[in-house]
Design a protein around this ligand. Structure first.
Ligand code: AMP
Ligand code: ZN
Length: 490
């Protein structure tokens, strides 16, 4: 079955042909780590996690690169002194790099909570300043960038004069752009308002800055992704992804930088994940219309009547195609929770069935045609909602099996178990609620054991005994042995 991918550049579903057969190079724009990720960000990263998992399940060897933007992302007002990291570090009274670390850790924790797999390479913008300077020099030498007052800008008009077609991804008409763009960033420095910064001059009080041939400064946001994607995936690579809102200007600028530097398009398939809305409005840091992951999970928020398990949220997101808008609402989550529980109940029951108890009737044709439909959905531009609808056909069959109204052969039972588990756990990345709860309980008990040991070391026996006794009262007995402390749940 051939994999088809909707390419935002051509606006068509295309048969996927990787550059190197059997291998995929995929780059996804990562977060700007100056504040907590919200559920909208989570949706985009989850969409690409599902795409990554599907590609691997289909047998591709994937190199998945997702960056961390830890420098050079200015605030919307474009004021050079309002670097997002510097602004947040003033607010929180922390070093900019402490801000970066704090929110990178938060980002990793959140994505793990929703069972996203880590990328193969996670490069940072600050770790690739040299590469960004090299690209900037290259563009200046080619006459496609110019220095102005210590900053360097990409010359969009010159790029277009050379027939390179700025605006091809976002389908923007360049003449309109020239007529309508407000110049926020470097008012008097640019030749044209569309020219974008490759390198920005830093003021003396700016903290995050590096030396360059044009004086001290910091890189422009668009350049880091060109530098890091081509460094790890090559001058042309297979897939570039990100949220729909990054199409313009970010990805448009990446295409321009790539074509200008290397003389050819940097990416074969551009993929854009659609937005998450809350009460019908785009979830966004700047408007404050956001909900944080932990607020959604705990239920401590003003929008939902209760908390939802991360796997329920994951299931809810994947019930929509990655190119559709999803609106987060109480009713929709409650409905998803019911569906999720039914699916997991069916899988659990099926996994508990032994082949020996089944009848020897062969039914493979029917099972194979179901598998074909599932793979048909996966290979049709990663259609998770259609895949899920096929899984529910199987759920109905499994409940009939349970009630003795259907039968299945030994071979088919094993085949069905393997296939269903692969779709549910490996591809959709769902988790059993009880299992992940027991993992959490274990983690919590390890923390308490550690605290008790520390108290004992410090000879605060009153506290260490209190921890032991209170746990015992909850039915959890601690046992001290030569290998350390273990626990038994009575
Ligand atoms: P940022 O940290 O702002 O660069 O955003 C990280 C990723 O989250 C980008 O790919 C954005 O496109 C994506 N994103 C931001 N807001 C939303 C939203 N409401 N729904 C889905 N994705 C979003
Ligand atoms: Zn990017």
């Amino acid at each position: 079955m051939q994999l088809k991918i909707y390419n935002s550049l051509t606006g068509e579903k295309e048969i996927f042909k990787p550059i190197l057969e059997g291998n995929v190079g995929m780059y996804v724009c990562g977060p700007t780590v100056y504040s907590n990720v919200h559920m909208g960000n989570v949706r985009t990263f989850m969409s690409f996690d599902f795409i990554y998992r599907t590609l691997m399940h289909l047998g591709y060897k994937v190199r998945y690169v997702r960056n961390i933007t830890d420098a050079g992302h200015l605030t919307d007002d474009g004021d050079v002194n309002n670097d997002r990291f510097v602004k947040q570090s003033r607010l929180e009274k922390l070093e900019p790099m402490e801000i970066v670390q704090k929110y990178t850790v938060d980002f990793h924790n959140v994505l793990k909570t929703f069972n996203n797999l880590p990328p193969n390479i996670e490069p940072t913008a600050t770790g690739h300043i040299i590469e960004q300077l090299e690209l900037t020099k290259n563009l200046v030498e080619k006459g496609l960038a110019y220095e102005s007052n210590g900053s360097v800008y990409f010359d969009v008009l010159e790029y277009n004069k050379r027939g390179l077609n700025y605006g091809e991804l976002s389908k923007r008409n360049i003449d309109e752009l020239f007529a309508n763009t407000r110049d926020l960033d470097g008012q008097h420095e640019k030749k044209n308002p569309q020219d974008f910064a490759l390198w920005k001059k830093a003021s003396p009080e700016h903290i995050m800055k590096w030396p360059s041939p044009w004086g001290e400064g910091f890189p422009g946001w668009h350049l880091e992704c060109t530098a890091m994607s081509t460094k790890y995936l090559g001058e042309t690579f297979d897939i570039h992804g990100g949220g729909m809102d990054l199409k313009f200007p970010h990805h448009e600028c990446e295409i321009a930088q790539g074509k200008a530097c290397y003389g050819h398009a940097p990416v074969n398939y551009w993929m854009h994940a659609n937005m998450l809305t809350l009460n019908g409005q785009k979830m966004s840091k700047s408007t404050g219309n956001t909900i944080l992951p932990m607020e959604l999970i705990s239920g401590e928020n003003n929008f939902f009547e209760k908390g939802f398990h991360p796997s329920v949220v994951r299931f809810f997101f994947l019930q929509a195609h990655y190119r559709s808008v999803v609106d987060l609402s109480n009713d929709a989550l409650i409905a998803s929770e019911k569906g999720f529980n039914r699916l997991m109940e069916a899988v659990k029951w099926l996994n508990g069935q032994s082949a020996n108890s089944q009848q020897p009737t062969a039914n493979s044709e029917w099972l194979n045609s179901w598998k074909q439909k599932c793979y048909g959905a996966l290979t049709d531009d990663f259609n998770s909602p259609i895949l899920i609808s096929h899984l529910f056909e199987m759920v109905s069959f499994i409940f009939k099996l349970k009630d003795g109204k259907e039968s299945i052969s030994k071979e088919d039972l094993e085949d069905l178990k393997a296939t269903l588990n692969a779709f549910v756990y490996d591809v959709l990345g769902l988790q059993n609620v009880e299992e992940s709860n027991s993992e959490k309980l274990d983690g919590t008990l390890q923390v308490l054991i550690e605290l008790r040991n520390q108290a004992r070391k410090a000879k605060i026996y009153e506290l260490s005994d209190q921890i032991r006794d209170k746990l015992l009262a909850e039915g959890i007995e601690l046992k001290d042995g030569r290998e350390g402390t273990t626990y038994v749940i009575n």
